[in-house]
Design a protein around this ligand. Structure first.
Ligand code: ZN
Length: 274
């Protein structure tokens, strides 16, 4: 009886673990590579991490889960960069798949952590799965993050989280200036309450604001918090194969993705209103 109960417990525990890690790409390593100019990809096969290289050290966007930090570090080092040269840490939004390891990275590198106001309580929280990391600079919509000639702009794109951030920057690709957009998240997760949400009353109008912002941004390089948003794997293969055009330059793919995600949001909102 005791053994049976323990077995049931074990099964239950492993089921929870599996459901929390249901996408194998989340933790699978992926080759670090140059996207364009001084912008590099150093994330896993789906959880995107970006590195912006400057003469005075690097900016890193996202950490992935704590267990993915060694994989990210390896990608940084395989590109010939120093993990310890990380000066500024940023996030897409305060969910564990993007910020879970941010406290570890901050401790490892001594970098300054900068987070959008609405996500600061979540990043500083020590609750289970939260990084409990001290935020050194609180960002507001439109704020700029600068390091040695590279400038990133923080666009508040809320809804998915209260401080969900879409990062933009201008990348110099051999004299051609490219607008990079790193989408924070336009997704309405299963279980999200869009109507009568007491903890987040403005959630639906925040999503509407997000789609207005995303549709207004000039875009060449289409990027985001998950590789799946922008077709990381296929575009990486195309980049490796060579050719005249950089496959990450994809304004029409960006527009189609944002339109599809807005449609999904509006459909879910209508469903919940009924
Ligand atoms: Zn998320």
């Amino acid at each position: 009886m005791k053994t049976l109960a323990r077995c049931a417990m074990l099964l239950l525990t492993s089921a929870i673990v599996v459901s929390a890690q249901d996408n194998p790409d989340w933790h699978a390593s992926f080759p670090g590579f140059k996207i364009a100019g001084n912008l590099y990809y150093v994330g896993t096969a789906d959880l995107a991490v970006y590195l912006i290289r400057t003469p005075q050290g690097n900016i890193v966007i996202n950490s992935d889960f704590p267990e993915d930090v060694p994989t990210v570090r390896k990608s940084i080092e395989q590109l010939g960069f120093k993990y310890s040269d990380t000066r500024i840490l940023l996030i897409s939004h305060a969910h564990g798949d993007h910020d879970g390891g941010i406290g570890v990275m901050k401790k490892d590198t001594g970098a300054r952590l900068m987070v959008m106001d609405g996500d600061v309580p979540e990043v500083q929280s020590t609750a289970q799965g939260r990084p409990g990391a001290h935020v050194d600079r609180v960002l507001h919509d439109g704020d700029r993050v600068e390091l040695s000639g590279s400038t990133l702009t923080a666009h508040l794109t809320p809804g998915h989280t209260k401080g969900c951030t879409t990062w933009t920057m201008r990348v110099d690709e051999g004299g051609r200036m490219l607008n990079a957009v790193i989408i924070g998240s336009p997704n309405v997760n299963p279980g999200y309450v869009l109507v009568g949400n007491k903890a987040y009353p403005t959630i639906a109008s925040d999503y509407e604001k997000t789609f207005t912002v995303l549709k207004s941004l000039p875009v060449d390089l289409f990027l985001g918090a998950h590789g799946a948003y922008f077709g990381l794997k296929a575009k990486y293969e195309a980049l490796k194969a060579g050719g005249s055009a950089n496959p990450f330059i994809d304004p029409s793919g960006y527009a189609a993705y944002v339109a599809e995600r807005e449609g999904a949001f509006r459909k879910e909102w209508e469903r919940q209103k009924k």
